[in-house]
Design a protein around this ligand. Structure first.
Ligand code: PRT
Ligand code: ZN
Length: 283
């Protein structure tokens, strides 16, 4: 049985549970309990505060955990980052009052920076040879300059609206973060095998989200051009249409290239283009 730690409540909770569900893993009760066992997969789920997850995984109380990369790096436990999950995206940044003129990191010299990420910030300041002083606080970091507790802050930012409403501007990005799957370094052979199965499922879900299924009609004279745009997983499916000289082509297209590919397809006289979401994709 593999034990996974996920956040009990907060920004990563819902996406973590959703990911397990999309992997076909059914949880029989919610996060009101400390732990629960999946009904149809050898997985036990612990619901914990995110800050505790790296330690639990390091100690082997949990084998794996879903946690923000920011927390993983800050706690600096000797555990493996196994998979970047693509949700909970944010950045850890330094911000200063918007009235302050700021050109470079040397402008932070002699200033006091409030943060809950003292470890990451200290490493950054050391790297940049800055003598700024760190004032460690556990929450409401954004109000520190306003109440005279510090001159600047180092905190997580996503939309930037918290900084804006507190009269602050972002001046340095220290770390880009997202939710990650982290694992203990000494998993048993049995648990390694379960983790492999879980990763195969996670990969199928994530790959599917990055791709779309595409169907279109095209004149046979353009098929080679279209194949070069839509190589598909192995090669595209081609079915002749009832109308002489035309075919239906089915393939997959990556989300990132999507609009570019569509524009080119139109140049190659593709018509009746249908694009569908893919639920799972095993390549
Ligand atoms: O109770 P527990 O200790 O488990 O939770 P927590 O309160 O410590 O963490 P939580 O739930 O707030 O965040 C969990 C994780 O979500 C973080 O460790 C990050 O990896 C990730 N994440 C993504 C964020 C944000 N985006 C985020 N915007 N965590 C916090 N914020 C906060 C930030 O601290 C600031 O106060 O949101 C505010 C800024 O947001 P914007 O949109 O105004 O810029
Ligand atoms: Zn926390």
């Amino acid at each position: 049985m593999l034990k996974i730690a996920i956040q009990k409540s907060g920004r990563l909770y819902e996406e973590s549970v959703k990911l397990l569900k999309e992997c076909g893993i059914q949880l029989n009760n919610g996060h009101k309990e400390l732990k629960t066992v999946a009904e149809n997969f050898p997985l036990e789920i612990f619901f914990l505060r995110d800050d505790d997850i790296p330690q639990y995984v390091y100690d082997g109380v949990a084998d794996i955990g879903i946690v923000g990369e920011n927390v993983l790096v800050e706690k600096a436990k000797d555990i493996n980052l196994v998979y970047r999950l693509g949700f909970g995206k944010c950045r850890l940044s330094i911000a200063v009052p918007k009235t302050m003129s700021y050109q470079s990191i040397s402008d932070l010299n002699g200033l006091k920076i409030a943060t809950s990420y003292a470890g990451i910030l200290q490493n950054f300041l050391n790297e940049k040879n800055s003598n700024a002083e760190i004032h460690e606080i556990s929450g409401s970091v954004e109000i520190a300059p306003g109440i005279g507790l510090a001159d600047a802050i180092c905190d997580l930012v996503s939309s930037g609206s918290t900084l804006f409403t507190n009269g602050l501007k972002e001046v340095e990005v220290i770390l880009k973060s997202e939710a990650v799957l982290a694992a203990n370094k000494n998993l048993s052979e049995e648990n390694k095998a379960i983790l492999e199965k879980l990763l195969l499922r996670i990969n199928a879900v994530k790959t599917a989200k990055n791709n779309k299924y595409i169907m279109l009609n095209a004149p046979n004279s353009q098929l080679n051009n279209i194949f070069s745009l839509l190589p598909g997983m192995k090669s595209p499916t081609v079915v002749p249409l009832a109308e002489e000289g035309w075919s239906s082509v089915q393939s997959v297209v990556n989300e990132n290239d999507f609009w570019e590919v569509i524009e080119k397809l139109q140049q190659y006289q593709a018509e009746g283009i249908l694009v569908l979401p893919i639920e799972k994709m095993i390549v």
